[in-house]
Design a protein around this ligand. Structure first.
Ligand code: HEM
Length: 117
């Protein structure tokens, strides 16, 4: 069971890596768009995060305030990515810079909270 939990944590981190990596790639290429890859990474983080939020194997202690804050950040990120892709579809232009940078900052903040708290 413990190994299974470790594997789910690994997949959870992969979800973050996909979202943040896609964001870095867009920034580095100067495109400043939100992408489907970011959506998929976020979905992986959410599904694996919810699985980890259950206390298994028995006896494990979880930091629920920390998990709650990450869930709120993830929901805000989902909202921003949804707004971004709707806007890009409508106008064809990249998302406004503040929205683009908010996505990267929030994804980074969620990982920082996970690791540092
Ligand atoms: C963008 C959003 C998120 C990021 C970047 C993120 C990042 C991470 C990272 C790097 C870890 C491994 C470090 C650690 O074990 O403390 C982790 C663990 C964990 N995350 Fe997240 N997370 C996110 C969202 C969520 C959500 C939405 C939930 C639950 C609803 C969640 C629940 C958990 C749990 C339960 C653990 C394992 C803690 C443990 O077993 O000790 N995470 N997260």
């Amino acid at each position: 069971m413990e190994v299974l939990r470790d594997v789910v944590v690994l997949l959870h981190i992969v979800g973050f890596a996909v979202t943040f990596g896609a964001w870095v790639a867009e920034a580095a290429a100067g495109r400043f768009r939100t992408t489907r890859v970011m959506d998929y990474g976020l979905l992986v983080s959410l599904l694996t995060g919810l699985a980890l939020a259950a206390p298994w194997p028995a006896g494990i202690e979880l930091n629920y305030p920390k998990i709650g804050i990450k869930l709120v950040i993830l929901l805000i990120l989902g909202g921003l990515l949804g707004m971004g892709s709707a806007r890009q579809r409508r106008t064809g232009d990249p998302v406004p810079r503040p929205l683009f940078f908010a996505v990267g900052a929030l994804a980074f903040a969620a990982a920082a909270i996970a690791v540092v708290w």
